[in-house]
Write a protein that binds this ligand. Structure first.
Ligand SMILES: [Zn+2]
Length: 166
C-alpha cells in the first residue's frame, strides 16, 4: 500500500483537505476481508478544530465492496458510505482524558502523529463498516424458490381445477 503521510496536528490547524481514489486491492487488510478485491475507495480527509479547540479529522469513505453472502455463499456488492470524526490527542494518556471529556460515542479519539498514513485511517474506516455477517437483503436463490412456490400455488388454484374439468 502506498503511504500518504500527514502531520495530523498541522493538517488540522491549517484546515487542510486531501481526497483521492484508491483501489480496494491496494489495501492489504481489506483485501483479506472481501470476497474479491475489486472496486475503488473514494475518500476524503479534512482537518479542523472542534468547538472546544481540539484538532480533529473528518474522514469520509465510499466504496462498493464484494462480500460473500453468509446465507447462499455467493458474492454480492455491499455499498459503504460513511463519515466519521476522529479527535486527535498527543499521546495515550491525553487520548483517555479527551475521550472521557468528550463523552460522545460518535467521536473516536486517536493519538495524532507528525507522520500519519492517511490511507491506513481510510482502511480502518472501511473495515469498521463491514457487516459482521454479510447477507443479501434477498438471496437470488430464494427469489427462485419464491417463484417456484407461486407457480405451484397457481397450479392448484380453483380456477385451474375448473378449467381442467371442462
Ligand atoms: Zn445470499
Amino acid at each position: 500500500m502506498h503511504a500518504l503521510s500527514i502531520d495530523t496536528f498541522e493538517f488540522s490547524r491549517l484546515k487542510e483537505r486531501r481526497e483521492g481514489e484508491t483501489a480496494v486491492a491496494e489495501f492489504t487488510r481489506l483485501s483479506e476481508e472481501v470476497a474479491e478485491p475489486s472496486g475503488t475507495v473514494v475518500w476524503a480527509v479534512e482537518g479542523s478544530t472542534n468547538a472546544l479547540g481540539h484538532p480533529q479529522l473528518t474522514l469520509s469513505v465510499k466504496v462498493a465492496v464484494k462480500l460473500m453472502c453468509q446465507r447462499c455463499l455467493t458474492p454480492f456488492a455491499y455499498e459503504i458510505e460513511s463519515e466519521s470524526v476522529l479527535a486527535l490527542a498527543k499521546d495515550d494518556e491525553a487520548a483517555d482524558e479527551l475521550e472521557a471529556r468528550l463523552d460522545d460515542e460518535s467521536i473516536d479519539v486517536i493519538v495524532g502523529s507528525k507522520n500519519m498514513n492517511v490511507l491506513e485511517l481510510i482502511e480502518d474506516e472501511v473495515l469498521l463498516e463491514l457487516p459482521p455477517s454479510p447477507k443479501h437483503p434477498v438471496c437470488p436463490d430464494q427469489v427462485g424458490q419464491d417463484t417456484e412456490a407461486m407457480v405451484s400455488a397457481k397450479r392448484v388454484s380453483p380456477f385451474e381445477v375448473l378449467k381442467n374439468k371442462q
